[in-house]
Design a protein around this ligand. Structure first.
Ligand SMILES: NC(=O)c1ccc[n+]([C@@H]2O[C@H](COP(=O)([O-])OP(=O)(O)OC[C@H]3O[C@@H](n4cnc5c(N)ncnc54)[C@H](O)[C@@H]3O)[C@@H](O)[C@H]2O)c1
Length: 343
């Protein structure tokens, strides 16, 4: 089979990164079309990829006859329209998180996909493709540590991008731990509580940072997450599982323990998500391309996190934002999972 043609919608930080990995490291696919309203940016990124065209309208890119699959890396607000167009054209699609920006439209995507009887949508929860998270899940599933009980997580950034507000700490940062919790424990989250300690004086004006999220799964497991987007040190994503017969930690930078200062702790603190999860993004894309190529036989164009996972994460984050405003735990309201119709 010849390489599949991929359209990449949005070539900012993530999209340009994905174009580069599709063009250089991923086998079985080529970037056929790029669409970005900033034409100069689209042309610059396309210029490094032989045979890649730039089109102005993302919907034309989705419908392009050379395109077999779509990678959405546009801002979250553009995702809904682009996802629905992919479903209408029956195009397999890898959509960066968030699936959409609200719960109702995320559910709509999951419902419309289920009605087609196909698995066309993958959402970009790349931690599921990271070696350390995969190893932790394998350890949990092996039963060696006994019953998993508690997960302690840390998610720190050097500083937030411009325009970041308190609810984005939940929707943009916590969303990853929400998916990790569902992935590791294999169950839904029942309630969320957000605690807001005294804010860091270095946080942007008005942003409640750090925040502590307390998640409770339907079977009563506890997950706590320290979210700290203006930590000023590096990109620190850790998780420690506490189980019946022991514990296990992932996300430690290599080197010896020493005081943490700007980008240093004896060795080097990982500076950002592109460095920390570079290998996971590669694996995510290669597995997606392989699934898209195999999908014509099965109707499953992904074996990764799908539309339902994107919807469930949106519902948990919405409850988190409600807790941020009201205080106290908020129950997560999940719709019935739409069943996939026969093909
Ligand atoms: N999985 C992760 O770890 C991760 C990390 C960062 C960002 N993201 C997600 O990736 C997506 C992109 O984030 P980013 O950091 O690359 O943003 P960015 O602002 O750097 O880039 C977005 C690009 O999309 C273009 N764009 C705007 N409207 C568009 C539209 N309607 N159609 C096509 N392109 C459009 C912009 O011109 C820009 O070039 C977001 O959904 C974000 O949440 C995921």
């Amino acid at each position: 089979m010849t390489d599949i043609g991929v359209a990449v919608l949005g070539v900012g930080v993530m999209g340009a990164d994905h174009v580069e990995r599709l063009a250089t490291r991923i086998t079985g696919a080529r970037v056929a079309v790029i669409a970005d309203p900033v034409r100069a940016q689209a042309e610059q990124v396309a210029g490094a990829v032989p045979g890649c065209r730039v089109v102005s309208d993302p919907l034309d890119a989705i419908a392009d006859p050379e395109v077999h699959a779509v990678l959405i890396a546009s801002p979250g607000a553009a995702h809904e329209k682009q996802l629905l167009a992919c479903l209408e054209q029956r195009r397999p699609v890898l959509c960066e998180k968030p699936l959409t920006t609200d719960v109702a439209t995320s559910l709509e995507v999951a419902v419309r996909e289920a009605a087609l009887g196909l698995r066309l949508v993958q959402v970009g929860f790349m931690r599921r493709f990271d070696d350390e998270y995969i190893a932790l899940k394998a350890l949990m599933d092996s039963g060696k540590l006994g019953l998993p009980l508690v997960l302690h997580c840390i998610h720190r950034n050097v500083s937030p991008p411009p325009g970041f507000d308190s609810s984005m700490v939940i929707r943009d940062s916590l969303v990853h731990e929400v998916d990790v919790t569902r992935f590791l424990f294999g169950e839904e989250i029942d309630s969320v509580e957000i605690i807001t300690p005294a804010p860091n004086p270095a946080a942007p004006h008005g942003v409640l940072d750090p925040q502590i999220a307390l998640l409770r799964t339907v079977s009563g497991r506890h997950v706590d997450v320290e979210l700290f987007v203006s930590a000023g040190v590096g990109y620190e994503v850790r998780a420690e599982l506490v189980a019946q017969h022991g514990s296990a930690m992932i996300g430690l930078d290599s080197g010896t323990v020493s005081p943490r200062t700007l980008r240093n702790w004896g060795s080097r603190v990982t500076p950002g998500f592109r460095e920390r999860f570079a290998a996971a993004y590669d694996t995510e894309l290669q597995r997606w391309v392989d699934a898209v190529r195999a999908g014509a036989d099965t109707g499953d164009y992904t074996d990764g996190p799908g539309a339902w996972d994107g919807y469930a994460a949106a519902a948990v984050c919405a409850a988190g934002v409600e807790s941020l405003h009201s205080g106290g735990p908020v129950r997560v309201q999940l719709a019935d999972r739409p069943s996939r119709l026969g093909r």
